[in-house]
Every structure is written in structure tokens, then in C-alpha cells.
Design a protein around this ligand. Structure first.
Ligand SMILES: CC(C)(COP(=O)(O)OP(=O)(O)OC[C@H]1O[C@@H](n2cnc3c(N)ncnc32)[C@H](O)[C@@H]1OP(=O)(O)O)[C@@H](O)C(=O)NCCC(=O)NCCS
Length: 292
């Protein structure tokens, strides 16, 4: 390991948000397939908004590494009803493998001391997987699915519809499904997702999903059939000629493998899901990168 520059680990402050967003995106963007790279004018306000949201809900979980007056790393952790989750973690590439990630992850992990459970959606970076496994999380291999959507393959009779967050019944469906799959609701994240470009769907009484341009970024449901309807309804919302993707499909979520294959999407390996503690079944569930 090379000599580490003088680095301070300190809480994230509101004025750090734009720089923290650039550092995190700079670290993570190389893992994003080229066809999924968002327009920077669209991504940047969403990225900043997401960090500001987590800073507002979980100030104790938000940390940066600072070197020479610049932010060189960021770690954001959230707590939802006893579930700890790693929402964002990245170190600037010119500061990798210097021990900064280890120092940065420590207070984010400590924020979850006493948590009932924890989830991390890992990248394929060896340093990330090493840290999560060493922190006592169990590795669940995962695949992604992606490809051009062929509308002719979508089934008729899908029953999911746009969620109405002012409706108590829809709220109850959303909270219940999240608690079923992961032991904790998504709380305030549900409202925040709308502000970050996510469209929410519900299958009343059975589950919910969030998608951007048809790609489901979160599915939580009580049954595999409901999850399938929700995921397909997300895909059905895709604009014409769009490439779509489903991410973090684990072995417990064969329903999602079937959806992907039925829609002729290609499976490929991706970073594993790490989990620990008393979670729900983690199925039928496609977790959200930012909100788990
Ligand atoms: C993952 C990341 C945050 C780790 O930060 P880092 O400062 O490079 O990590 P560290 O230097 O603290 O190394 C952590 C551990 O991984 C090891 N490691 C570092 N780079 C490695 C590599 N390329 N291959 C294998 N092991 C590596 C270190 O030796 C250390 O293990 P040890 O403490 O047992 O010796 C950083 O590499 C990064 O930003 N990667 C790109 C974005 C990303 O994947 N983020 C994770 C999202 S889930």
C-alpha cells in the first residue's frame, strides 16, 4: 500500500453536497454500462438531491474523506426501522488503495451499531467486496438483466397502476410490502424517490415498484406473481426503443430471472448483495441502489 496523504474523516456538511456527488459519481460511473449512463444535466441534480435527502434523514450516517481541502471520498448510510443500509460509497480514483475507504466506512458502519439488520448492494470492486465481507455481511451472488424492450413480448392484463401517495391504502401497501421483504418500510424515501425521477406503481394490497423510463429500480411484493406483474408493468411504461434493465437479482428471486428471460433480456454477473442480521426473506424483492 502506498503512503496515504493526510486525510481527515469528518461528517458531511450541506456545502459538501455538490463535491461529494461528483466524487461518488466519478468513482461509480465506470461500473455503469455505457447505454445506461444518464445525461449529466439530468443526473447531477438527482445525485445532489439524493445526498441532501440522506443528509436530512440520517446526518449521523453521512461521512466524507477530505484531503488538501478537497472531498476525496463519501460514505452515506441510512437507518429505516432498525435496518441499516449503505446508500453510497466511493473514493476518488487517484486516492484508491490507500486505506481511505476503510477509514470512511468505519463511522458509516458504526452508525448502524445496534441495528437489527443491514444491506449493502455491492459493486464488483474487489476492495468493496472485501470490506463488506470482513464487516460480517453474508455474500449473496447477483445478476443483472438488460436489453432492448420488445413490446410484443409483454403480456396483456397487467394490473399494477400508478401509486397515489395521498391515498392511505397505497401507502399501506407500500409500507407492508417493504416490511415483508426486508423487515423495514422505505419511510420518507418513498416520497423522495418521486423528486429524483422515479415513477411509483402499486398493485393494491400486494406490492409496489419504482421505475425510471421503464427500468425497475425497486420491486417489493408479497408474492412472486405480484412482483412479476409490477416488474412487467414497469417495463410496459418504457418509451419506445428503450434499453431496460433489472439489477441485483439474487437466487431468492427466480421470478425476476423468469421475467428477464421471457422478455429476452440478457443476464450478466454484477456485484453481490451483502446482508446481515434479521431481515425479511429478501424476496420477492429487487432492492434500490440508493434506498435499498
Ligand atoms: C470501494 C472503494 C470505496 C474502497 O476504497 P479504497 O480507499 O480504495 O479502499 P482501501 O484502500 O481502504 O482498501 C480496502 C481493502 O481492500 C483492499 N484492496 C484495495 N484495493 C484492492 C484491489 N484493487 N484489489 C483487491 N483488494 C484491494 C485493501 O488492501 C483493503 O483490505 P485490507 O484492509 O484487508 O488490507 C473504492 O475502491 C472505490 O471508490 N471504488 C469504486 C466505487 C465503488 O465500487 N464503490 C463501492 C460501491 S458498493
Amino acid at each position: 500500500m502506498a503512503a496515504a496523504p493526510f486525510v481527515t474523516i469528518r461528517p458531511l456538511r450541506p456545502e459538501d453536497v455538490p463535491e461529494a456527488d461528483l466524487v461518488a459519481w466519478g468513482a461509480l460511473r465506470r461500473a455503469v454500462p455505457p447505454e445506461q449512463l444518464p445525461d449529466e444535466a439530468v443526473r447531477s441534480p438527482r445525485g445532489r438531491g439524493r445526498i441532501a435527502h440522506v443528509l436530512a434523514t440520517d446526518p449521523g450516517g453521512c461521512w466524507v474523506a477530505e484531503a488538501g481541502g478537497e472531498v476525496v471520498g463519501v460514505a452515506l448510510a441510512i437507518m429505516r426501522e432498525g435496518l441499516w443500509g449503505l446508500s453510497l460509497f466511493g473514493v476518488r480514483a487517484d486516492h484508491h488503495a490507500l486505506g481511505i475507504g476503510t477509514r470512511l466506512l468505519a463511522p458509516a458502519l458504526a452508525y448502524g451499531d445496534g441495528a437489527r439488520s443491514g444491506i449493502i448492494l455491492s459493486s464488483e470492486h474487489p476492495a468493496a467486496m472485501r470490506q463488506y465481507a470482513r464487516a460480517g455481511f453474508t455474500l449473496h451472488p447477483a445478476v443483472a438483466a438488460a436489453g432492448m424492450l420488445d413490446r410484443a413480448l409483454l403480456p396483456a392484463g397487467l394490473r399494477s397502476r400508478p401509486a397515489d401517495l395521498s391515498d392511505e391504502g397505497d401507502r399501506a401497501t407500500i409500507d407492508r410490502a417493504s416490511r415483508h421483504v426486508r423487515g423495514a418500510s422505505h419511510g420518507a424515501d418513498v416520497d423522495a424517490m418521486g423528486a429524483f425521477g422515479w415513477e411509483l406503481l402499486v398493485l393494491p394490497g400486494q406490492g409496489w415498484a419504482a421505475h425510471r423510463d421503464g427500468s425497475p429500480g425497486l420491486v417489493a411484493a408479497s408474492t412472486a406473481a405480484a412482483a412479476r406483474d409490477l416488474a412487467l408493468s414497469c417495463l410496459a411504461s418504457a418509451p419506445g426503443g428503450t434499453s431496460v434493465h433489472l439489477d441485483f437479482i439474487t437466487a431468492a428471486n427466480q421470478w425476476a430471472v423468469e421475467v428477464a428471460l421471457d422478455q429476452r433480456l440478457a443476464l450478466s454477473p454484477e456485484g453481490p448483495v451483502f446482508a446481515r442480521g434479521a431481515l425479511g426473506p429478501m424476496a420477492p424483492y429487487l432492492p434500490s441502489g440508493a434506498f435499498l
